[in-house]
Design a protein around this ligand. Structure first.
Ligand code: IVH
Length: 669
């Protein structure tokens, strides 16, 4: 009886986790914090550790499972994975539309226009609603079985929602196809990590996604946070709906991520509008697209129109012009960033890149310069992706008198020593008071995702630092109206607004403050985990390396960086000033959710079968309970293991409920 309820509880917990995964990764509308989510996952993992016989392949804990593979088996696709014919002009597209209408014998045909996502296509097989296989496109006929890697993609449901399944008549087996992508955010992060680890950068998000999918270790794949949008649904090799748009809806219903930008189109003019619209909007997307795909909506027409050797006649791609151009490198210089890193930046002969004039490109680091073999004077191929800073793809013509770039031995801004730390790619200015670093720190501190001080832009920061009004981020809170109005282009009203913005920033929550401090390797997500784990800045500042390592996603590199940051006297002085200014050093109460065991007092005695005493105490405390050493009338429960001491007798005498470890886990659910 107990076993059955526990088993039901495990399944309930899984359902709850699935729901939150869906809300977070598919809908982008989380209802709980990352911390709360992680707690649920930990709880499930613990219960499954105790009952390995109940672990199912669709359990959320099974996303990163198993050991690294040595190779990927080859699998044949039931239906070949075709590719698309490409068009590059409206004329070609109009020709295609005419041909489709002729072949269909209709004067007008309804289309669905979709974004052409720049990733890699993948086929997923589900049996009884559970993901059983993920296969790459390969040569279209057969691909590689990368199931373990696909399972790490959090937006891919391991089990689909039954409402969606029912809409298809609940087939035992079905297949879905779509595109695995890496968002620009994950791409930047992956490259930053590779840089820190001394590995070469990925050239673009598609290469990064493809390279990641070919990783033999699913743990590495999971850490790269891939994403997947689905666009096809097959049952026994056919689309089970009369319309493609209906298939997209059902995919959504099943819990798959369907790209929301698709549109039904019934006039050619509307198609043209769609192309134009997304040529601009692509800049704002968090992932790369390289064109749009137009599909005939009526799936019965798919059979009538048929396919050529390689591509269907009922769909076509319209490719946007590549945002690439060639230009000359006029100079390469070192730019000093917030953490003192010297980044080589190329000054370019200005060139138009998809409507934007570009005159600089980052070269990232010395390794990148070496890899490209770029010298001052060379002609290079330039590329821009999304809102990402333009990049040099390769040297197209080496200048015979090209000058190689050398990293300066002294900071170009303050003249401080420049050093390269052991095992690092980056060169750094060691002067903590370097004005360039200060300016970058201020801009980061004021950023939208940090303290969100609108109006504190580059021009203003330059003036504040150059006039000595601000020597650290805390000085912002001491600025007076008179100091501000004395600056260039700063009237009474702007000064007033800025001071209001600065004052308002004091209310920003702990996680954002931590992020705003600009501790090396501490991004927004890590800041969030730190805030939730420790609850106050003071606790974080006093945490040891070991304590920091207990925080979600904090590894040795981040932990060391945090310890070093708070060990620095200057930083501690700045923190003191920030405290006096009245910033939020504590996690606000509403974020600390009261746990299930709030107000309950526990006593532990004897050896528990699975949990160590520390682990048990931690879990009780995380759920809001308290653990005390001795049994008194105020204790709510006594948890008893093997060889209990006199505490058990006392508990019995006082009539305090006695729990086994299993009972405790039950309560913690
Ligand atoms: S339809 C037979 N829809 O583009 C139809 N493909 O050049 C082929 N792609 O291999 C797939 N976004 O990797 C389709 N919305 C979309 C797409 C898309 C990206 C990729 C896919 C395919 C390639 C064809």
């Amino acid at each position: 009886m107990v076993a059955k309820t526990l088993r039901q509880q495990i399944e309930k917990l899984r359902e709850e986790i699935r729901r939150h995964e869906y809300l977070y990764y598919v809908k982008n509308e989380p209802e709980i914090s990352d911390y709360e989510f992680d707690q649920m996952m930990k709880q499930l993992a613990e219960l499954e550790r105790q009952h390995p016989e109940w672990v199912t392949p669709d359990s959320p804990t099974q996303r990163v499972g198993g050991t690294p593979a040595t190779e990927f088996p080859t699998v044949r696709h039931a239906v070949p994975m075709l590719s698309l014919d490409n068009t590059y002009s409206l004329e070609e597209l109009a020709d295609w539309d005419r041909r489709v209408r002729e072949l269909a014998g209709r004067s007008s045909v309804e289309y669905v226009a979709e974004l052409k996502l720049d990733g890699l296509s993948m086929s997923l097989i589900y049996e009884d609603g559970v993901l059983v296989r993920g296969v790459t496109r390969g040569d279209g006929t057969q691909g590689e079985d990368v199931t373990a890697n696909v399972k790490t993609i959090r937006s891919v449901p391991l089990r689909v929602a039954s409402e969606g399944l029912a809409r298809m008549g609940s087939p035992r087996r079905f297949e879905v196809r779509g595109e695995v992508i890496m968002t620009l955010e994950s791409f930047r992060r992956a490259n930053a990590e590779r840089e820190a680890a001394g590995q070469p950068r990925f050239a673009n998000p598609r290469n990064a996604a493809a390279g990641t999918m070919r990783q033999l270790d699913p743990k590495i794949v999971a850490s790269r946070r891939l994403d997947m949008f689905l666009y096809f649904l097959f049952v026994e090799g056919r689309v089970p709906f009369a319309k493609h748009s209906e298939a997209l809806e059902v995919l959504s219903l099943m819990g798959f991520k369907v790209n929301p930008h698709y549109r039904m189109i019934s006039r050619f003019e509307a198609l043209k509008d769609y192309l134009d619209e997304y040529e601009t909007r692509r800049e704002k997307l968090d992932y790369e697209i390289d064109g749009i795909v137009v599909k005939v909506n009526d799936t019965r027409l798919w059979d009538e129109l048929g396919t050529t050797a390689k591509s269907p006649r009922w769909a076509i791609a319209y490719k946007y012009p590549a945002r690439q151009a060639t230009t000359r490198v006029l100079d390469i210089r070192a730019q000093v960033g917030r953490t003192g890193t010297l980044t080589p930046v190329a000054d370019l002969e200005p060139v138009d890149l998809g409507g934007v004039t570009v005159s600089h490109a980052t070269l990232h680091n010395m390794d990148e310069i070496e890899r490209l073999g770029v010298k001052i004077g060379d002609t290079v191929l330039l590329q821009r992706a999304g809102e990402v800073i333009p990049q040099i793809v390769k040297v197209v013509r080496s200048a015979p008198d090209g000058r190689p770039f050398r990293m300066p031995s002294h900071c170009p801004v303050c003249g401080g020593d420049v050093r390269r730390a052991e095992g690092e790619v980056a060169y750094r200015c060691v002067n903590a008071a370097c004005p360039a670093q200060l300016k970058e720190s201020l801009l980061h501190f004021a950023g939208r995702r940090a303290m969100d001080i609108e109006g504190l832009g580059e021009a203003l920061v330059d003036q504040l630092v150059d006039r000595g009004l601000v020597r650290d981020v805390a000085d912002l809170y001491r600025l007076t109206p008179a100091q501000l109005t004395a600056l260039e282009r700063m009237g009474d009203k702007s000064a007033h607004n800025l001071l209001e913005q600065i004052a308002a920033s004091k209310k920003v929550g702990l996680a954002r403050l931590i992020y705003a401090l600009g501790i090396r390797y501490v991004g927004e997500r890590t800041a969030q985990f730190l805030a939730e784990h420790f609850g106050s800045l003071d606790k974080i500042s006093k945490a040891t390396q070991e304590e920091l390592l207990a925080v979600e996603e904090v590894g040795p590199k981040i932990a060391t960086s945090i310890v070093e940051f708070f060990a620095e006297k200057r930083n501690r002085a700045v923190l003191e000033k920030l405290r006096q200014a009245g910033l939020q050093f504590e996690q606000r109460a509403e974020r600390k959710r009261l746990g299930k065991l709030a107000g309950k007092q526990f006593v532990l005695t004897g050896t528990l079968p699975h949990l160590s005493r520390e682990e048990a105490s931690r879990r009780i405390e995380e759920a809001g309970g308290r653990v005390t050493g001795s049994v008194s009338k105020r204790a709510d429960y006594v948890v008893v293991g093997e060889d209990p001491g006199s505490k058990l007798d006392k508990a019995r005498a006082l009539g305090i409920p006695i729990l086994s470890e299993a009972d405790l886990l039950h309560l913690l659910k």
